[in-house]
Design a protein around this ligand. Structure first.
Ligand code: MLT
Length: 306
């Protein structure tokens, strides 16, 4: 039996999977870092989502840790090198969030295109600013998807239903693979220059933002930027300036460089719809990722070890 510290809320189905295999769960979701640090002293496994930073200090607090599971795509909040040095396996849940992230992309896109938040506020306040809220249709618009993995592909499939033209940029995808989705592969610069709407679906790059002032300058005037991937991909100051000047026509932003984005210029930028990192926040996705990560942890402890 392993002692598994769960540091962030995961679906009950994941907890039941661990319990059914006889493991003990220490559920610390919502508890401060100090509680986590002391509980790790006797823990064999740790499960996180995206808010807890699993840095070298946290890893050092768990001398018996053997596996860290992330209930989400990627492992960017885990210091993978520190984990490797401590001989700790790191696993994630790359599949379960795909549809939720793709659907959130369209939720934000349609909210930007049809001014949904401003319309809602104007009905509630009695202002009824119908004349100010002329939107645009998705049909016939060119959607540029940067990062054509599982989520980018799911976005492309849904864009086809809206009769959008879809292009993508991804250094590890071939033109043939993209064509199977009815998508034309482009260089990043071509995509930036040609797209009416640009949507990011790639992992954090760990260095300078992918979209800064120079990249925004290459985009069509009035283009819309969507980010349901990682906050660090976008220079928020440059994006807010482009929205304010009218260089960009709108933005749908689910993720931020710091979360919550206290003081971010995006909080007051025009034509911007913001969400508090809801890309994976559906009942369905949370069950899927919790079970996906729990099953890997169960298998890990069930496997014979030398
Ligand atoms: C993901 O990486 O899948 C999500 O950002 C995880 C989350 O919502 O916590």
């Amino acid at each position: 039996m392993a002692r598994i510290v769960v540091a962030e809320a995961i679906a009950d189905a994941g907890l039941s999977t661990l319990q059914a295999a006889g493991h003990e769960i220490v559920n610390l979701a919502g508890k401060p870092r100090e509680a986590l640090l002391s509980a790790l002293a006797g823990a064999d496994a740790l499960i996180v989502r995206s808010q807890v930073q699993v840095d070298a200090a946290l890893i050092a607090a768990g001398p018996q840790l053997k596996i860290i599971g992330r209930a989400g795509v990627g492992i960017d909040n885990i210091d993978a090198k520190a984990a490797e040095r401590a001989n700790i396996r790191v696993v994630n849940a790359p599949n379960g969030n795909t549809i939720a992230a793709a659907e959130q992309t369209f939720a934000l896109l349609l909210a930007v295109a049809r001014h949904v938040p401003r319309g809602d506020a104007s009905v509630r306040s009695g202002a009824w600013i119908r004349g100010e809220l002329k939107g645009f249709e998705l049909k016939g618009k060119r959607l540029g998807i940067i990062g054509f993995g599982r989520i980018g592909q799911a976005v492309a499939k849904r864009a086809a239903a809206f009769e959008m033209e879809v292009v993508a940029s991804d250094p590890v995808v071939t033109a043939q693979q993209a064509a199977a989705f009815g998508v034309k592969l482009q260089t990043l610069d071509q995509l930036l220059a040609d797209s009416d709407i640009i949507s990011l679906h790639l992992p954090a790059l760990g260095d300078a933002p992918l979209i800064g002032a120079a990249e925004i300058a290459k985009m069509k005037r009035g283009a819309v930027l969507l980010n349901v991937a990682r906050g660090s991909l976008v220079d928020e100051v440059a994006l807010a300036a482009a929205l304010t000047s009218g260089a960009l026509g709108g933005a749908g932003i689910d993720v931020f460089a710091a979360e919550p984005p206290v003081g971010s210029p995006l909080l007051t930028a025009p034509h911007t719809v913001l969400a508090p990192h809801l890309g994976a926040q559906t009942v369905d996705a949370q069950i899927a990722v919790a079970v996906e990560v729990a099953e890997q942890i169960v298998d890990f402890f069930a496997a014979p070890r030398a």
